[in-house]
Design a protein around this ligand. Structure first.
Ligand SMILES: Cc1ncc(COP(=O)(O)O)c(C=O)c1O
Length: 407
């Protein structure tokens, strides 16, 4: 079981006050706060261990390379990939998804081929596919959520047909919190020779993940939501896909030999990692993974599940709130508006901020979903391992304060 008080002590920012109030940070879906070990790994990296990687023969370059490369094995273990070379370092999910679109999809798809997306995808899992629609005539097929906000594997599977070549689905909606049975989707896709891409940006923070068990071809996640630094992240590529892929960015590190009229490429994963990487952020991500594993992913899940249930109950009791996504298989992301549009989501976020409560308001980079739900914006409270029932009570109190202003 998680000792929440000791967990909270590891996050220095939770001791700070915002507008004279202790910080109540409920914007974790956007980015999570950093534990001391991550901050220290970054500081130590720059203070004592910094040089460029993969190139030098001197002590510091070797040290930095060793530290940097050791994160590949940590990530491999964390997502249960079969092989460390299947882990490509990226700056986050956005880069990972663009890489798949350019390196795999652009090479293997032709005009008229179809890509299945859910209506609940983040823009980073939409725009790279729109590029292919615009440039190559690829068709996008959208699968909608059910009335309770759930995104069902059976709906995605029944959308697959002989034209479908790729399916790219979030494992957890960043707006509704809905958790998706991506394992069933990947299994059906495999049976039909359809390539599967899983966007694990939100899910990996809360759920244990095994890419081998999911059976996906590609899996992306981003480090800054997983308590690591921004500009860190990874893309898992099933080994069998490598030979079907063309390089993404061109530059240093990704080549074997360069001549005037020819170029040959390095082996994966380096073939897909051009230029100087985010050395210290990746080392910080390694520290974040160590931290999560030290606490235990099952323990985090158990603690957060209780908090999700508590939050659901407390927010459902507020009769002025219109809560979106009421399905039972839901993680710690709560989107809502005020009934009758008495307050715009931006106003709610600004008012609760006066009470030290940080929530998100806007379209959450998921405009197709917001359009489908019929809103231009919602307010979103999203949980992390360090949130408590007290945080939820502060949110409830701040929301009541906001509604009193317009009553
Ligand atoms: C579901 C989902 N996918 C992708 C992303 C993009 O992540 P990043 O901006 O770190 O690349 C986000 C970020 O909010 C997300 O929530």
């Amino acid at each position: 079981m998680l000792d929440i008080e000791s967990v909270r002590k590891e996050f220095p920012i939770l001791n700070t006050k915002i507008r004279g109030e202790p910080l109540c940070y409920l914007d974790n879906g956007a980015s999570a706060q950093k534990p001391r070990c991550v901050i220290e790994a970054v500081t130590k990296g720059y203070e004592f261990e910094y040089a460029n990687v993969h190139r030098g023969l001197h002590y510091l370059s070797n040290l930095a390379t060793e530290k940097f490369e050791s994160v590949r094995e940590k990530i491999r273990r964390f997502i249960d990939a079969g092989n460390a070379e299947e882990v490509i370092f990226t700056s986050g999910s956005t880069e990972g998804l663009n890489l798949i679109a350019y390196a795999w999809a652009e090479k293997n798809l032709v005009e008229g081929d179809q890509i299945i997306l859910s209506i609940a995808e983040h823009h980073s899992n939409i725009i790279p596919w729109h590029f292919l629609r615009e440039r190559m005539g690829i068709q996008l097929k959208w699968v909608e959520t059910r009335a309770d906000g759930s995104l069902l594997a059976e709906d995605i599977i029944s959308a697959m047909n002989e034209k479908t070549k790729l399916v790219s689905i979030t494992q957890m909606s960043n707006v509704l919190g809905s958790i998706v049975d991506v394992k069933s989707i990947c299994s059906a896709a495999r049976d039909k020779n359809i390539i599967s891409v899983v966007d694990g940006s939100q899910a990996i923070v809360h759920l244990p993940v095994s890419v081998q068990d999911l059976g996906c071809d590609f899996y992306v996640f981003t480090g800054h939501k997983l308590y690591g630094p921004s500009a860190s992240g990874a893309l898992y590529v099933k080994k069998a896909r490598f030979e079907e892929m063309q390089p993404f960015l061109g530059g240093g590190s990704m080549i074997n030999h360069v001549g005037r009229e020819s170029v040959s490429y390095n082996i994966p994963p380096h073939k897909f990692e051009a230029g100087t990487p985010a050395i210290i952020p990746m080392i910080g991500l390694g520290a974040a993974i160590d931290f999560v594993e030290m606490l235990g992913r099952e323990n985090i899940l158990e603690y957060e599940s209780g908090l999700v249930e508590y939050t659901n109950i407390r927010l459902s009791e507020l009769d002025f709130l219109n809560l979106q996504g009421t399905n039972s298989d839901k993680g710690g992301i709560f989107s809502f508006i005020i009934r009758g549009n008495k307050l715009h989501p931006h106003d709610i976020a600004t008012i609760v901020d006066q009470k030290g409560v940080a929530v998100r308001a806007g379209h959450h980079c998921a405009q197709p979903l917001l359009d489908y739900l019929g809103f231009s914006a919602t307010c979103r409270a999203s949980l992390a391992m360090y949130n408590t029932e007290e945080d939820i009570e502060k949110l409830v109190k701040a929301l009541k304060f906001a509604i009193e202003l317009v009553r």
